[in-house]
Design a protein. Sequence first.
Length: 344
Amino acid sequence: MRATLMYGAGDVRVETVPDARLIEPTDALVTITRSCICGSDLWPYKNMKPNDGGRRMGHEFIGLVDAVGRDVRTVKRGDLVVAPFMWSDGTCVFCHEGLQTSCLHGGGWGSPDVDGGQGEAVRVPQADGTLVVLPVGRDDALMPSLLTLSDVMGTGHHAALCAKVGPGRTAAVVGDGAVGLCGVIAARRLGAERVILLGRHPDRIALAREFGATDIVSERGEDAVERVLELTGGLGAHSVLECVGLEQSTLTAISITRPGGAVGRVGVPQDPSIPAARQSFFNNTTIAGGPAPVRAYIESLLPDVLEGKIQPGRVFDRVIDLDGVPDGYRAMNDRESIKVMIAL
Ligand SMILES: [Zn+2]
């Protein structure tokens, strides 16, 4: 079968790899129908040291179950399924707490022996705990929005929950990538009265407004902080969603949080420490967040997608086939595309 490998910064190739196959009795074999490139894939695309073996890429996908191991109960051959960006058993103490990203028997796609999502097929470990059956056909018009349940919509939702978004509160979203845009959807969905987006790209700003952003701040650094304070009567936002992961964006997020407010951070941190320790201490700022347990959120978000109440799939502005993946990375890295979908 064919799959995507990264050999170093800027070096993405689609190559023939060993066919995915069942190994454990708890596995499912899934033929991928839709996949995508993630903003987090761009970090290694910018920084990865060259390696000879290549790293299997991709952690967001929808596909058809081809076969299941003898212990699998909840999915069967022919089911269309969505996978979260990490796999989990659904039975351990953390899965029961809804924190499947800390599953004691879970892991990530593309790790040794587990395929990546940007390829033709995947061995899915712990299929019962991991996969969610979708009640639609493989080419349903909702496919883009359903695919966001793998990661970006669940991640935006996690940022909003960690930032304690609720009715009557003012939310601010730092970052206008796919996760930030889904964060706008999530903040409105949870009842935020105002949603301030911090972003600079006209196409993304336009989409954010359609998703419910009420104010846009395109300044950067201290100017951005000043502008948000102006918009909030000098107080700051109750709930701030940090959807980038850089030191500067985290500093901005903490600096625009109202005393007693919360920062929900879902951008993978690119620095070892969190800035503004004194400011967040003296403001009693809650700083929460981490990898989103999207497996837990699929069940609450899926009905809204099926009913058309939210349309997170609009973050996809380009569709490619597997051969187009290297150029898809380039397009996202060059900010030519917000998010690229791979149709197989
Ligand atoms: Zn578990």
